[in-house]
Design a protein around this ligand. Structure first.
Ligand code: ATP
Length: 313
């Protein structure tokens, strides 16, 4: 049976601004998404039983139809019934390395890998744009995860403008294993506290999105100035997550004591990252953090900013 193994990288947000509400219930966002080396592995193999079968080596993710892996495979079956009939079902195995519910788009990148894998398995020859359009049907972060790298993401996150990302930049990523933050809770709470700052008319919405395109952090990225990028990082969701989750604030405060370029919560948290200008520096900061917070519950990773998304191995 034909099979593919895919690498599905996580992302962090270098920038996340909430601009307004959308009629579909989502938020209008302006973000800078950044792929990182921390990744899940997905094996996809054709089977001859006309079924999607899914297993995962982590107990933290559901293996039923709610899993984004399953939803991505199901979408391909709905969209390409003839190919499903010709090539049969798929067995999907997920090796989970990205922390779950961490603001790192773990489920989204797994779903992106499934779309890419089934495209190959069924010889569909879809373009990147076609894959991104399919991806947008199941989740806002999934289109970015297909091509990855560095990109401005507007709309609900699905309108992408790729950027040439920072070279040789590393992060230390910190997350308490037992701490999860619900993304819907974070956005709902933000709306209840800050919706008076939302813009509603079309002109103001596109002016705010355009301001990010010509903003200082994008300039700093294009100038390869990692320390300037670190100064300009921003995440609106910190305003609701940090007061509610003191452990997240504590991670930021701990990182800030060391020789890093800057620190920020990723997405809706609770992951916090510190930007560093070398791998050695990142390893040093990781060691300091481990000594300062010896808790077994704290996961720490050193990884690099990368310029790609889903890879076939
Ligand atoms: P985002 O940054 O896109 O908001 P996240 O990194 O915060 O996502 P995920 O790791 O994708 O969060 O998990 C969010 C929820 O999705 C979890 O509670 C989990 O039960 C569910 N989920 C569904 N499919 C997956 C998957 N393949 N991997 C991880 N979680 C999944």
């Amino acid at each position: 049976m034909r099979s593919y193994t895919l690498t599905a990288p996580a992302k962090i947000n270098l920038y996340l601004e909430i601009i307004g509400d959308r009629p579909d219930g989502y938020h209008e966002l302006a973000m800078i998404m950044q792929s990182i080396g921390l990744a899940d592995q997905i094996e996809i193999e054709a089977n001859d039983v006309q079924l999607i079968r899914f297993r995962c080596d982590s107990k933290e993710v559901p293996v039923d139809r709610s899993n984004l892996v399953y939803r991505a495979a199901d979408l391909m079956v709905q969209e390409f019934p003839d190919s499903f009939a010709t090539y049969g079902g798929v067995d999907i195995t997920l090796h989970k390395h990205i922390p779950v519910a961490a603001g790192l788009a773990g489920g989204s990148t797994d779903a992106a890998a499934v779309l890419v894998g089934i495209d190959l398995l069924w010889k569909l020859g879809l373009t990147k744009l076609e894959l991104e359009e399919l991806a947008a049907k199941i989740g806002s972060d999934i289109p970015f995860c297909i091509g990855g790298g560095t990109a401005i993401a507007t709309g609900r996150g699905e309108i992408l403008s790729p950027l040439l990302g920072l070279h040789n930049t590393y992060i230390v990523l910190a997350k308490y294993r037992s701490l999860e933050v619900s993304t819907p809770w974070a956005y709902k709470t933000y709306r209840s506290l800050y919706s008076d700052s939302y813009v509603t008319d079309k002109e103001s919405l596109s002016a705010r999105a355009n301001a990010v395109h010509s903003g200082e952090i994008v300039k700093a990225i294009s100038h390869q100035n990692a320390s300037e990028v670190a100064q300009k990082m921003h995440n609106d969701l910190e305003k609701v997550v940090l007061p509610e989750y003191p452990q997240v604030l504590q991670l930021k405060e701990s990182f800030a004591k060391y020789d890093i370029l800057g620190t920020m919560m990723s997405g809706s948290g609770p992951s916090v990252f510190a930007l560093c200008d070398s791998k050695d520096k990142a390893e040093e900061v990781k060691l300091h953090m481990r000594n300062e917070i010896p808790s077994d519950d704290l996961e720490l990773f050193v990884t690099q900013l990368i310029n790609y998304g889903i890879q076939v191995r």
